[in-house]
Write a new protein. Structure first.
Length: 706
């Protein structure tokens, strides 16, 4: 018996006894590596997901998370039909409903709100899928046509991204594969083994070739353990360290004067700023030995002297503090001082996403706004915004929220307020999801979405320079529909008749890069490499207004901001509060990706339970023993978790490993109960790692629970 299921005009899959196919795809998750996938399908069932060995960046290797993707797709708790709430918000009580009934009711509710003010409707989404089709294509068209509030999608990378834009001109940098040829690699704010595995492959290759690896991170991560040196600076002090490195480069004349003269702007001003930051001053702020700073500067400077390549791999951990944008700016200045950009294995890389020619206008159709200029809601402050009333400054009270590709109840900061906002009985909430997450528990309707194995998508990357195509490997399970299809059908129920709402997922995929990328090559191989120079900034040519690396940003100065990078102390600086004497960062658990994969049993079994890493010195001072349940608290709330007395934590800093679903925590909360809604200096991003707390044995009363 053979049944052919049509997935799209250009691909079909044959079901029947003994039928086996392998389908090319792309990893959808928020990781720099954006792997090419190979899915084995037997009799219509995906039986294995592995890395594509023909894709050089993937090299046949996947992280532990995505290698178990079939467990996610066929999870027994997978949502496979629309659900309507029948219990109180947050109770998680729903009943099945047909697609037509759900979309008819949803559209009626949205029409009524839009008739009053469409800006009272807010989309909430981020990187649950990184694909261009299933993220903001048809969804963008829908909300533009509706005239809903804009969402400022800032929760991950905007501080660092804006820092790069002001200095280098965009999210650009060196090509990741050339790190393998570097002689000094500084891994700054990244646990590459856990979150950037394929970069680590290149770094390891360089290490075997004699390169020195230095990890800069408050936490002694798995990556830090494998490097030659670990600089365990305090959270939020990265700019101070970068400025001290500049000080040493200047005073020892480890400078490429020709590169500075030809390809930079603002050198004299930066020089004066940097000379204020001797290593002793920075060491006191960073909480590291003076000699570590001096030695790192010497190693970096000697690469210039010896004509060797020095490379910096930043990641987004270092910019989740008040001064995160300035920190990224300061670090991005370093390669231009030594002319590291002259080497293809030199420079800096935070994100390569700005190199991809994504045609956002073709995908999202801003022309559908028809001249309207809706307000913007920052996703970081959703806790406050859901509780805000109508005012001239804020605009209309939020009456409806449509959530897709995100789990804000778990991932947004100060989650006590987020929960309070989502629990509003007068808030109409629709959630597109694979599982009944913390956020889905508060929905009025849950709509079942397809996973990556069941739909089309096209991907850029932010850790390499290959574009990728994802083909559907299997037919959608149950009644699941792709995000784009859900918004397509919702648009029809709303009465939107513009032809663009009829574009298929494959048509959207072809529009992602337009004629800038060969779509036929994507169909054939699953990936294609952008045509870029090996050393793109060897002779300047930065995508800044001046075409140079801008040490001084006229654009920032025009906004009344400091045109030079500087160290900005955290909002909550260690040593300023007797009540909350510990700094807390919340890096991702190795087997989760933000809140994705938390409900995959095999991965959760590896992680065990939520933990707080605490240094033995801080544990002893509080009478805390390893494995003991502790209460972590500050002025925003408290969180129950198991203590892990560990050398991974440095004195004065605790590591609240995240991000667990709240409902899977010891007391129905997670680490974001403690984080704040403050915003970064640049880019309006979150400050998850700018957070003071105290820790006490759970049995010991605190001011919060006395």
């Amino acid at each position: 018996m053979r049944n052919t299921i049509s997935i799209s005009p250009s691909v079909s899959f044959v079901q029947g006894e003994g039928q086996l196919t392998r389908v090319l795809g792309a990893c959808p998750h928020d990781c720099p590596d954006t792997c090419s996938l190979l899915t084995t399908v037997e009799n219509g069932v995906a039986t294995r997901v592995q890395g594509n060995p023909d894709h050089p960046q993937t090299g046949g290797v996947l992280c532990n998370k995505v290698s178990r993707y079939t467990e996610r797709t066929y999870h027994p708790e997978r949502l496979l039909q629309p659900l309507k709430r029948v219990g109180p918000k947050g109770s998680g009580r729903f009943e099945p409903v047909s697609w037509d009934a759900a979309l008819t009711d949803i559209s009626a509710r949205l029409k009524a709100i839009a008739a009053r003010n469409p800006e009272a409707i807010v989309p909430y989404s981020y990187a649950g899928t990184m694909g261009q089709v299933q993220s903001e294509s048809m969804a963008g068209r829908f909300f533009n046509r509706l005239g809903a509030s804009f969402l400022d999608r800032t929760i991950c990378s905007t501080a660092g991204g804006e820092g790069l834009r002001q200095t280098l001109g965009g999210k650009v940098g060196m090509r990741v594969e050339f790190f393998a040829e570097s002689k000094l690699i500084i891994i700054w704010g990244s646990n590459s083994i856990g979150s950037n595995l394929h970069f680590w492959r290149y770094a390891s290759q360089a290490k075997r070739g004699g390169a020195r690896l230095v990890c800069i991170d408050p936490r002694k991560s798995e990556t830090a353990e494998k490097c030659h040196e670990h600089i365990a600076l305090l959270p939020g002090t990265d700019a101070a360290l970068a400025l001290a490195l500049m000080h040493e480069l200047i005073t020892h004349d480890w400078l490429d004067h020709d590169y500075i003269a030809q390809h930079t702007v603002g050198w004299q001003s930066l020089r004066e700023r940097a000379l204020q930051w001797n290593p002793e001053r920075a060491a006191a702020i960073c909480g590291v030995p003076v000699e570590q700073i001096k030695n790192l500067a010497r190693d970096y400077g000697q690469c210039l002297v010896n004509k060797q390549a020095a490379a910096i791999r930043m990641n987004y951990g270092m910019q989740r503090v008040r001064g995160g944008g300035n920190a990224a700016r300061a670090i991005a200045c370093l390669p231009a001082l030594t002319g590291a950009w002259r080497h293809r294995a030199g420079g800096v890389l935070l994100s390569s996403s700005g190199l991809f020619p994504v045609d956002q206008a073709a995908l999202q159709r801003p022309d559908l706004l028809a001249g309207r200029q809706p307000r913007t809601i920052n996703m970081v402050t959703i806790g406050n915004d859901l509780l805000a009333e109508t005012s001239p400054a804020f605009g209309p009270k939020i009456e409806a929220l449509i959530v897709y590709n995100s789990n804000p109840v778990a991932v947004a900061p100060e989650s006590g307020k987020v929960v309070q906002g989502f629990a509003r009985e007068d808030l109409f909430t629709v959630v597109l999801e694979h599982f009944q997450t913390d956020t889905a528990d508060y929905a009025d309707y849950i709509l079942p979405a397809t996973t990556q194995l069941e739909h089309w998508d096209v991907h850029s990357a932010y850790g390499h320079t290959d574009a990728l195509l994802n083909r559907p490997a299997i037919a959608p399970l149950g009644q699941a529909k792709s995000n784009a299809q859900i918004f397509r059908e919702l648009a029809a129920h709303m009465g939107f008749t513009e032809p663009c709402f009829s574009d298929s997922d494959e048509t959207l995929g072809r529009a992602v890069f337009g004629d800038k990328v060969d779509f036929n090559e994507l169909l054939d191989k699953g990936f294609t490499t952008l045509n870029l120079p090996d050393a793109p900034y060897a002779e300047g040519n930065f995508p800044t207004p001046s075409g140079k690396c801008e040490f001084f940003s006229e654009r920032l100065a025009a906004q009344g901001l400091d045109g030079l990078p500087d160290h900005l102390p955290n909002y909550e600086t260690l040593g300023t509060s007797a009540e909350f004497p510990l700094a807390m960062i919340s890096p991702p658990a190795r087997n989760f990706l933000n809140s994705s994969f938390v409900n995959v049993k095999s991965l959760r079994d590896i992680e065990g339970e939520p933990v707080l890493e605490i240094h033995a010195q801080d544990a002893a001072a509080r009478g805390i023993t390893n494995g003991e349940t502790v209460r972590v608290f500050n002025q925003r709330g408290d969180y129950l978790v198991k203590a892990e007395v560990s050398a991974r934590a440095r004195p004065g800093v605790v590591n609240g490993m995240g991000i667990w679903w709240r409902k899977l925590g010891l007391d129905g909360t997670n680490v974001n109960q403690l984080t704040s809604q403050h915003l970064t200096d640049l880019g309006r991003g979150p400050v998850f790692y700018d957070c003071l707390v105290e820790v006490a044995p759970a049995a010991q009363p605190t001011e919060q629970n006395a």
